[in-house]
Ligand binder design. Structure first.
Ligand code: SAH
Length: 465
């Protein structure tokens, strides 16, 4: 059987629902939502359905089906009884009158079927697989529902109101397409997605005034790319990445995440680890501004979360100074990712009531930290950039009174296929680290919670298997 995907103007439709159970109620709600007037014929129509029909201008006939109830008065008939013979008879009668008919338990007996829908009125997505697998349609519906921004309906409604005005202002079709693309994927849409309806409308009007100058608004998305596993990107990060014209990325952004960058986008590596080719921070800030001022949508991808040891603050300061619109998308920071994938909870009722994220970066061969505040019990310490300084960190913690047997872990390349978790204690970790030739990026975790790793290790080994 073949199906034509078609959206029917339903405002003046009248439908006859034959059946009064749960499915009938669900269908009646969908039909009434689409402004269809519904009548019901059923010997035992449930009270909620009867009330719904009544409230919406329809009639309920409490009686068994007989062919006379189907007439040309209706455009659509739904066969929803629990008797397949009756449903087949309904379908036959309706088809004989050239009506649309849907049979719930046997789609092929009717001539129309209901798609699984994602509703962002006025935007609707309907899915059909010819009745092969309603479960598959439902799963796909759930995926789309998560993926399609909740505010797309409001966005569709907003641009719908300006269609005519834009048509007049931009008579050339190619200009209009460019205009709408920049509205639907740029600052107007983003303002709406963050709930600022008035700002969105203001920006749309402003772009319309400037539209003839062909100057689209550039902007910057400062995106947390997470610690490595691309599944850890947020939905917003993924969406913004898809619409980027230029992507500036760090050494910490994994290859798997970079695979999600669209082919058409220009990629600029600004990592700091390849010392010889590194772009200094000022240079990165300037690149962001320059590309945005050219009208481009710039995605600045940073490992983990942009505001945790990421210098994200400095980059947006510069953008703000140049009045470049930007937004910051949080990411899963290395501590969260490594903790979850390494089986080391960062806090625990019994062992740690607080957690500290600390930079372990060396300055002139030493680390200036408040050691007495760090060397305490019932706290988990997470050192970022602490690989080089690890021997100093262990030594200082012990010198300030921390138990030399305090458990410690190194999580190397956390959340990636190559993740390693190496456990030891403060006394022995410097040697263990050398023996195991632990590489960057690695996170150093100190605290009693590390002991839980053994209990939870099955989880890590399952992943490796
Ligand atoms: N903004 C980042 C941190 C940047 S600092 C975030 O929120 O995660 C860089 C340090 O982060 C590295 O030296 C390392 O200590 C840690 N790190 C980042 N990704 C990591 C990973 N996948 N595994 C282990 N440590 C990681």
């Amino acid at each position: 059987m073949a199906y034509l995907p078609l959206f029917h103007n339903s405002e003046h439709l009248r439908a006859l629902i034959i059946g009064g159970g749960r499915v009938a109620l669900r269908r009646a709600k969908a039909l009434i939502h689409a402004q269809v007037t519904c009548d019901v014929v059923a010997p035992d129509c449930q009270a909620e359905l009867a009330a719904l029909i009544d409230d919406n201008g329809g009639a309920v006939q409490q009686q068994a089906f007989n062919p006379e109830v189907i007439s040309k008065r209706y455009q659509l008939v739904l066969a929803l009884t629990d008797n397949s013979d009756i449903n087949a008879a309904i379908a036959e009668q309706a088809k004989a009158l050239d009506l649309m008919v849907n049979v719930a338990d046997d789609p092929s007996a009717g001539n129309v079927i209901f798609g699984a829908t994602v509703d962002r009125t006025p935007l609707t997505i309907a899915i059909n697989n010819g009745g092969a697998s309603p479960v598959l349609s439902r799963l796909l519906r759930q995926q789309l529902d998560q993926f399609v921004p909740k505010h797309y309906g409001a966005l569709a409604a907003l641009v719908g109101r300006y269609r005519d005005e834009v048509k007049q202002a931009l008579p050339k079709e190619s200009d209009r397409v460019a205009f709408w693309e920049s509205v639907l994927q740029g600052s107007v849409a983003e303002a709406l997605f963050s709930g600022q309806h008035d700002v969105a409308e203001g920006l749309l009007k402003k772009s319309l005034l400037n539209a003839d100058k062909h100057k689209s608004n550039g902007e910057v998305y400062l995106i947390g790319a997470g610690p490595g596993d691309p599944d850890l990107l947020t939905l917003r990060a993924f969406r913004l990445l898809q619409q980027a014209d230029v992507v500036l990325y760090d050494a910490l952004v994994s290859a798997e995440v970079m695979d999600l960058v669209p082919d058409r986008a220009e990629r600029i590596y600004v990592g700091k680890r390849r010392a010889n080719h590194s772009v200094p921070q000022d240079g990165i800030n300037q690149l962001l501004v320059d590309h945005a001022l050219l009208g481009k949508r710039v995605a600045r991808l940073k490992g983990g979360d942009p505001f945790i040891f990421g210098r994200g603050g400095e980059e947006i300061e510069k953008l703000a100074a140049h009045q470049v619109p930007f937004q910051v998308v949080p990411g899963i920071t290395a501590a969260s990712g490594c903790s979850a994938y390494g089986g080391i909870p960062l806090t625990h009722r019994d062992y740690a009531q607080s957690v500290r994220f600390v930079t372990g970066q060396l300055k002139d061969g030493s680390i200036a930290l408040e050691w007495p505040a760090l060397a305490v019990e019932n706290q988990t310490l997470v050192f970022y950039m602490g690989l080089k300084g690890l021997p100093i960190i262990c030594e200082q913690l012990m010198a300030h009174g921390m138990d030399p047997n305090m458990p410690a872990a190194l999580v190397e390349k956390g959340t990636t296929q190559d993740q390693r978790v190496i456990t030891s204690d403060l006394t022995n970790m410097p040697t263990t680290m050398t023996q195991e030739t632990v590489m960057s990026p690695s996170l150093f975790i100190v605290g009693r919670v590390v002991n839980l790793h053994d209990k939870l290790a099955w989880f890590a080994s399952e992943r490796e298997a």
